[in-house]
Design a protein around this ligand. Structure first.
Ligand SMILES: Nc1ncnc2c1ncn2[C@@H]1O[C@H](COP(=O)(O)OP(=O)(O)OP(=O)(O)O)[C@@H](O)[C@H]1O
Ligand SMILES: [Mg+2]
Length: 454
């Protein structure tokens, strides 16, 4: 006998109702939360919410998690709230509503169809894929830079601290955004106990050593340049496994086998002496290869980039390996002051690798080596590749232009595009509510004192 299931409805604090969007693959699981695709009902509120029927993401805290996980969820919702009150583009999916009363257990935000892990899984076999990945990482680094500046302006410089490919999302406009800001907030020089939760969450593949060791964090942005470079390495390493048809692990590039050897060295030291640098600066000399990339990592990159131009081409692959390995080497220097201490610098470095990929691939097309060995139809493939490279070139240029625009806007003040009126209204309501509550308390106290006096 079929059992009737009750329709699921979540009520937002704005008064809107949210119901599941009826599509396949619309529930995504994380360690501490589950993300569902939903649609809002009850009409837009003010000018700041999206219309009924537009897909949104409902991120629900996994009930049964410990207090630490709820605290982490709240830290994330507070950061998202602060970022979402900003006008113009923000570095993360925009928050539209909160679910749960009195305790927030859900966030309604912009729906992002794909994350970097899934995008790369589908893309990596294409001939121009590596260049696209570099452009994507550059764009992600610019979003991180935006966040770092935001925390600096607030007087509390911080980092994302939990970068991984499932936290880099493509929105419906085709912009790459970063999710989970505030999830692992790191405010130097104090340690954040929540970081332990991140380690337990199994993301140590991408964790900067100063975070792992709870050491001092003199360059917060360098925590994220390490993280993004480690993500880049793991995605590139995943390429080889997928192309060879070996089944990729369920957790994809997050699996320990795609971790940098450099990180294995760091973890080995951590296992021996986890408190060695607690509250202190890291001593790079305590680590093997503190400033140079371990040879095993360089070899793994070379191996992963085999055939990256569509066919084997040892000389050009060696040139590309060198360019990419140099960026990874600097970004994952044990000494944070030797890393890219601004995410913007890392963005420029990834763009340069993308440009180098384009010029090496274009040179192959020019030399008639688009595929090897020559087969009938190769001319067509070469033309197709040429136009894909042109498109990629334009994408990298667009990226640089938009970065320049952001810098100009930063210098002249933020543009006024689209308000977050309900969020502002909520703040005003909370302030007025607080004042009213205070007034009431004072009135009661006054009456109490009067009665006492009587
Ligand atoms: N706004 C969004 N739109 C669409 N999918 C999202 C959105 N935010 C997160 N996701 C996806 O939902 C899944 C769960 O996200 P969540 O942040 O809870 O977990 P996670 O980052 O994989 O792991 P962790 O729990 O350690 O943070 C991930 O695959 C993520 O890419
Ligand atoms: Mg996430």
């Amino acid at each position: 006998m079929a059992t009737a299931t009750l329709p699921q409805v979540w009520r937002g604090r704005s008064g809107r109702a949210y119901v599941p969007a009826d599509t396949r693959g619309s529930i995504r699981h994380g360690n501490m939360a589950t993300v569902r695709k939903v649609i809002g009902k009850g009409g837009p509120v003010g000018t700041s919410t999206v219309a009924d029927g537009v897909p949104l993401a409902l991120k629900l805290w996994n009930e049964g998690g410990d207090d630490g996980s709820l605290e982490q969820f709240h830290a994330e919702s507070r950061t998202l709230f602060e970022l979402s009150t900003r006008r113009g583009d923000i570095p993360c999916p925009r928050l539209y509503d909160l679910v749960g009363s009195p305790v927030v257990t859900g966030m309604i935000m912009e729906w992002c169809p794909v994350d970097l892990e899934r995008w790369w899984g589908e893309k990596l076999a294409e001939p121009e894929a590596f260049g696209r990945l570099m452009a994507t990482l550059a764009e992600s680094a610019r979003r991180l830079d935006d966040y770092h500046r935001f925390t600096e302006k607030n007087g509390n410089p911080g980092a994302h601290g939990d970068l991984k490919s499932s936290n880099i999302l493509l929105d419906i406009r085709g912009r790459w955004l970063i999710s989970d800001f505030g999830h692992a907030r790191i405010a130097p020089p104090e340690d954040n106990p929540l970081i332990t939760g991140v380690i337990a969450g199994g993301t140590q593949s991408f964790l900067a050593p100063e975070v792992l060791f709870h050491a001092r964090q003199p360059f917060p942005a360098a925590i994220d340049t390490w993280g993004l470079a480690a993500v880049a390495y793991s995605l590139v390493a995943l390429r080889r496994v997928v192309l060879e048809g070996t089944s990729a692990p369920r957790n994809g590039s997050h699996a320990p086998r795609f971790r940098m050897h450099r990180m294995d060295q760091v973890l080995a030291l951590f296992d021996k002496a986890p408190t060695r640098f607690k509250g202190k600066h890291l001593a790079p000399a305590a680590f093997p290869d503190p400033l140079t990339l371990p040879e095993a990592d360089r070899t793994a990159i070379a191996e992963a980039l085999r055939g990256v131009f569509g066919a084997e081409d040892p000389d050009r692959e060696a040139a590309l390996t060198e360019a990419f390995a140099l960026v990874i080497e600097r970004a994952t220097s044990i000494d944070p002051s030797h890393r890219y201490t601004s995410a913007n610098d890392l963005a420029v470095a990834f763009e340069e690798v993308a440009t180098q990929f384009i010029s090496l691939a274009s040179a192959r097309v020019e030399a008639g080596m688009a595929t090897k060995p020559a087969e009938p139809g190769d001319d067509g493939k070469a033309v197709q590749l040429e136009s894909q490279l042109e498109e990629l070139k334009r994408e990298v240029e667009r990226l640089r232009d938009s970065a320049k625009e952001v810098e100009e806007v930063e210098a002249t003040g933020a543009p006024d595009s689209g308000g977050q009126s309900w969020l502002m209204a909520l703040v005003i309501v909370l302030v007025i509510g607080g004042m009213a509550a205070l007034g009431a308390v004072m009135l009661v106290m006054g009456i109490g004192l009067a009665l006492f006096a009587l």
